[in-house]
Ligand binder design. Structure first.
Ligand code: NAG
Ligand code: NAG
Ligand code: NAG
Ligand code: ZN
Length: 593
């Protein structure tokens, strides 16, 4: 059997929970003793005693902040295991390792894959476009598969196929936790059917992986959440803090009908800033520079497609002008490519937070670069030096930048007719520190000189800049009106309780899933280059995290997300369930949120 070594067994029963808990608590007043701090930080206590020294309460107090401040570069939360629910957590953890549970999990996920739920671009509204109807059978599947969730939680359908489940907590003064996932999948290219190792809607389990469209993106998330809740209910657990689930149905087609309606519904029903935190699909964890790093998305880049259109007089090609519409457009596009957006490594970008984590925790980052990054905290010169070196990696550079890519072009109809019109579309992913307006202003200024040179009257984003009689026109516009601002950045500072709880949960899950004695995973903030359904949820909470506790390293080449051979190792799926279980319990116990 290839693939990662499977470690199903969870933690043994927490025999010394309280003893160990107090042992670290005692040290709270002696935090200046570095050795003790280090021992607590590594979670050694909790793991060697199989106990839970760090309660959520720990994160509430000022000592927690002091602890983090000891390492200015990418401070890490401690692994956070449930305390009040310690026994149940350990018991569930062990049960997740059993063949019985794994078999059930495989059936749940495989069954969900067998219900085909593709979404497509440019679908008509629900009720008109029959392609939405595939979500009816999917709802039936959920109803049959998770009876306890359906008898315990209140279900509201929004715009027919959007699902909102609500489990009220016993303390209505606490802001609920919001978990999101999407029911739809990208379509399968039918010309590639014969390339699938197992058919895309088979949900086939080969003993290691579950195969098919959606097995990873994002039915693993949705079924992972439902399985966790079904399990918690069957264990007679009830929440103190409410839990709300929001499942869109066209995330892969920008969420125009699903999450957009869900966002409005949630805002109307619960109000602005009504949730303690939101976890949706997003970043994963993987091996990077010698460390295992989990990268929850704390922001998303913005988006703008700029249509650049040139018109000029037509006529016969035998008596051409020096520049046709196409030639002029070509000059404008060259102007773009010779002047890429300036990019700098600002201290406010999540990318900076990410490289700090690399420097602090990834052994394979060269020592000289680590030093520059460390120094860059207080020195602009070092920041520039670090930037220069880091930006040699195009991924890092592009994440920090407003990018541009000329993706569409059109013009001309015939070889003996001068083109009266030519246009192109330039795709921008907007840096988290920038904005749609700044991007529009940049492009407008970029082409101004050429507009004058070619004697074009110039209109940019509805504003007429030159209107004197001209040879032709240049018009910039938002190509489809789909501009999106960069998402607000979720807080990760020393006081950011939600981020700490998420981080501690990631660590506890990772360690428990592998029975690790030492803390095995680093959590680093990331940003998404694409956008998830959360684009419609910005007002619901400032703590938005886009994260799948999914091991990218366990099969990036094999994961097949958005292409043929999509599949997920069952071990990775079970680890996701472990994550949701730990998250729900930790969030429920926290008083800091
Ligand atoms: C999918 O898996 C099959 C069988 O292993 C393999 O032959 C095929 O090349 C894979 N397709 C892609 C695109 O990786
Ligand atoms: C980033 O910082 C540089 C100075 O180092 C500044 O000129 C630039 O405007 C900043 N970028 C953004 C997007 O804030
Ligand atoms: C621009 O074109 C207009 C219309 O053809 C013409 O009247 C005007 O003289 C031109 N201006 C320049 C600077 O060539
Ligand atoms: Zn997805």
């Amino acid at each position: 059997m290839k693939g990662p070594k499977t470690v199903y067994d969870g933690l043994p029963a927490p025999t010394q929970a309280h003893k160990s808990s107090s042992s670290c608590a005692t040290f709270k007043k002696a935090l200046l003793v570095p050795v003790i701090v280090a021992a607590c930080l590594t979670g050694r206590h909790y793991l060697s005693s199989n106990a839970a020294p760090w309660s959520s309460g720990f994160l509430d107090d000022t000592i927690g902040r002091d602890l983090r401040a000891k390492e200015p570069l990418c401070p890490q939360s401690v692994p956070l295991v449930p305390e009040k629910n310690a026994q149940m957590w350990a018991r569930l953890g062990s049960s997740y390792g059993t063949k019985e549970f794994v078999t059930k999990a495989v059936e749940y996920l495989g069954g969900a894959v067998r219900v085909r739920t593709e979404s497509f671009d440019k679908m008509d509204v629900v009720g008109k476009d029959p392609r939405w109807e595939v979500f009816g059978p999917f709802h039936n599947y959920l109803l049959e598969t998770f009876p306890l969730v359906h008898s315990t939680l209140a279900l509201t359908k929004v715009n027919t196929y959007g699902l909102v489940y609500e489990w009220k907590g016993s303390d209505s003064s606490l802001k609920p936790l919001l978990l999101a996932a999407h029911q739809d999948t990208v379509p399968v290219d039918m010309t590639t059917l014969d390339q699938w190792e197992h058919p895309p809607w088979s949900g086939y389990f080969d003993g290691e992986r579950v195969w098919g469209r959606g097995s990873s993106d994002d039915k693993s998330g949705l079924i992972g959440i439902m399985t966790t809740l079904e399990t918690l209910i069957s264990n007679e657990w009830t929440p103190t803090r409410g839990i709300v689930l929001a499942f869109g149905f066209d995330e892969e087609a920008s969420g125009l009908h699903g999450a957009s309606a869900l966002g409005k519904y949630l805002e109307k029903t619960y109000g602005e800033n009504a949730f303690s935190m939101l976890v949706d699909e997003g970043g994963e964890f993987s091996q990077q520079k010698g460390a295992v790093i989990a990268v929850p998305g704390i922001g998303e880049k913005g988006y703008l497609d700029v249509r650049v259109e040139v018109t000029s007089p037509g006529g016969h090609s035998s008596i051409p002008p020096a520049h046709t519409s196409i030639g002029i457009l070509a000059s404008l596009l060259v102007q773009y490519e010779t002047n890429p957006y300036k990019v700098s490594l600002n201290r406010t970008t999540p990318v900076y937070g990410f490289v700090q984590c690399l420097a602090a925790h990834a052994p394979d980052v060269p020592a000289s670069l680590k030093k520059k990054i460390r120094k860059s905290l207080g020195s602009n010169k070092a920041l520039k030096e670090a930037e220069k070196e880091l930006f040699q990696d195009p991924t890092i550079k592009n994440l920090a930048a407003t990018t541009q890519a000329i993706d569409l072009i059109d013009g001309g109809v015939k070889t003996n007719a001068l083109p009266e019109r030519a246009w192109a579309v330039v795709n921008h992913r907007i840096a988290t520190e920038s904005s749609v307006d700044a991007t529009k202003a940049h492009d407008t200024a970029l082409l101004k000189e050429l507009a004058a040179k070619f004697n074009l009257s110039y209109t940019a984003f509805g504003e007429t800049l030159t209107s004197e009689p001209a040879y032709g026109t240049l018009t910039l516009s938002d190509a489809w009106g789909a501009a999106l601002e960069p998402a607000p950045i979720s807080p990760t500072d020393a006081d950011a309780a939600a981020y700490k709880i998420l981080s501690g949960t990631i660590k506890a899950t990772y360690n428990a899933h592998r029975s690790l004695k030492d803390d095995g995973i680093v959590v680093a903030p990331g940003i998404m280059t694409g956008n998830t359904d959360t684009r419609y949820y910005w007002k619901l909470t400032e703590n938005i995290f886009r994260y799948n506790h999914h091991n990218q390293g366990s099969g990036k080449a094999l994961s097949g997300v958005h292409t043929v051979n999509e599949s997920i190792p069952v071990d990775a799926f079970v680890e996701m369930i472990r994550f949701f279980t730990t998250l729900i319990l930790n969030v429920d116990e926290s008083k800091a949120l």
